[in-house]
Design a protein. Structure first.
Length: 475
């Protein structure tokens, strides 16, 4: 008996693996991507291929290898196709026959020459003329600078009872610096400086040689005011309330004189404003003082007329003297009564001494009654008027005089206080830059003016050219 698997009558059978041995899978061949040879394409074909939208072109995806079972037959390999024939070439062999010929160079047309002519006429020639004028005819100008500010002599009290209400009160109007800024640029200032220094003659020295920067002497006051705004630059610093003036003139002396005159006129205006404010603040106190003075004068005149009419300088003193007379009469009457009683004890009633004593007593009593009647309602004064009425009138005049004197003293104190407060709030102009004579010319700034004019002309020409081409494209 032969061993299993031995013999030559058949194909050898594969040995079965043991149950515990894993099954071994045979290695399968992985399909490789087909590589096509490079095919030359014409320019038209490449352009047509590039003209395909991106959305229409498929995205290449690498194929995943598919599991092939063991023993399955392999597919036959695909051979690459033959490349397409190359496109025919033009005679010379340099480019395909369907390529367009080269575009010839552009030739200038009529519109191009017009555009160049407009550039020369609008930009180049005016710029050259302006440069010639600046360096050949424009006269040098000198600048004088003056700076000043408004100062206030205001002293705040140590304890300000209304200090807490000050922020709620708000602003009381424009400041003196704002008023001065507008005043310097006004026609009023120009008229005063012209009357003082003859601005027309100073500003028209080089007319008509420099007809751009000089002033035309035939102009009106409005023209002179406009030219003043060109020659006088007012710089106002609102944070520090400082004003700086830069005055241009054709000579250094003229610039310095104009600057000094402007400072003097500004100082006069500030003094005028300060005087107006002082008069406004003291007007009420001054009016009250004048009214009380008139009242006191009237009362004293009435008192004088009363004394002249009654012939009594001081009714109080006259009353005192009258009371003294009455007291003396009463004392004499008392002595006479005592003497009369003593006489009756020693003499008969028919004695002539008793009769004389009785007559004296009766006379004293009549005098006393007469003096007392002067102080009554029916009493007569020196002029025949009622003495009580005279005293009542005198007392009224005395009360009026005392009241008028008190009111006058109070008004006087209030007026003095108002004047002191106004003096503490007085304002004046202080210069921190004195006007000096310039040593060199600083105007006109020729390079800057040339650059500005050239830039403006170039901008205008560019706008005109753009408008022309936009209209031509739409036509």
């Amino acid at each position: 008996m032969s061993a299993p698997g031995a013999g030559g009558d058949g194909a050898a059978k594969p040995a079965r693996p043991f149950p515990a041995q894993p099954r071994i899978q045979p290695m399968q061949a992985t399909p490789r991507p087909v590589v096509r040879p490079f095919q030359a394409q014409s320019a038209s074909q490449s352009a047509a291929a590039q003209a395909v939208p991106v959305q229409a072109q498929p995205i290449p995806v690498k194929p995943m290898p598919r599991a092939v079972p063991a023993g399955a037959p392999q597919p036959p390999a695909v051979r690459p196709s033959a490349p397409p024939p190359a496109p025919p070439r033009a005679p010379g062999g340099m480019a395909p026959a369907n390529v367009r010929p080269t575009v010839p160079a552009a030739n200038p047309r009529k519109r191009h020459w017009l555009l160049l002519a407009s550039f020369l006429g609008i930009v180049v020639l005016p710029t050259i003329f302006w440069a010639w004028y600046l360096w050949a005819r424009a006269t040098d100008q000198y600048v004088s600078t003056v700076g000043f500010s408004v100062h206030k002599e205001e002293i705040s009290p140590a304890i300000d009872l209304l200090g807490g209400l000050a922020p709620l009160a708000g602003g009381s109007g424009p400041s003196d610096t704002d008023v001065l800024y507008e005043y310097i640029r006004s026609q009023d200032m120009v008229e005063k400086i012209d009357a003082q220094l003859d601005l027309r003659q100073k500003f028209s020295r080089d007319w008509p040689h420099d007809f751009v920067f000089a002033y035309d002497p035939d102009g009106q006051i409005e023209d002179l005011t406009d030219y003043w705004s060109r020659q006088v630059k007012v710089l106002y610093d609102t944070s520090s309330d400082l004003i700086t003036l830069k005055i241009n003139a054709f000579t250094a002396e003229d610039a310095q004189q104009i600057a000094a005159a402007v400072f003097q006129q500004s100082s006069d205006k500030i003094n005028e404003l300060s005087s107006i404010a002082r008069n406004d603040s003291t007007r009420l106190a001054r009016d009250e003082l004048e009214q009380t003075r008139q009242d006191l004068t009237q009362v004293r005149q009435d008192m004088t007329q009363f004394r002249m009419r009654t012939q009594i300088v001081d009714p109080q003193a006259d009353l005192t003297s009258q009371m003294g007379v009455l007291s003396g009469l009463q004392a004499q009457l008392a002595e006479a009564l005592v003497a009369h009683d003593l006489l009756l004890d020693n003499a008969r009633p028919t004695d002539h001494r008793v009769t004389q004593s009785q007559q004296k007593i009766d006379a004293l009593r009549r005098l006393i009654d007469s003096e007392r009647q002067k102080f009554g309602a029916d009493g007569k004064g020196p002029t025949g008027e009622s003495y009580s009425a005279l005293m009542a009138e005198y007392e009224k005049l005395m009360v009026d005089r005392e009241f008028a004197e008190g009111a006058y003293r109070a008004a006087r104190v209030a007026y003095e206080a108002a004047m002191a407060e106004a003096r503490r709030k007085s304002r004046y102009l202080a210069a921190h830059i004195e006007p000096k004579i310039a040593q060199s010319s600083q105007a006109p700034n020729r390079p800057w003016l040339l650059f500005v004019v050239a830039g403006l002309l170039l901008t205008c020409w560019s706008i005109i050219a753009l408008i022309y081409y936009s209209i031509r494209d739409r036509a």
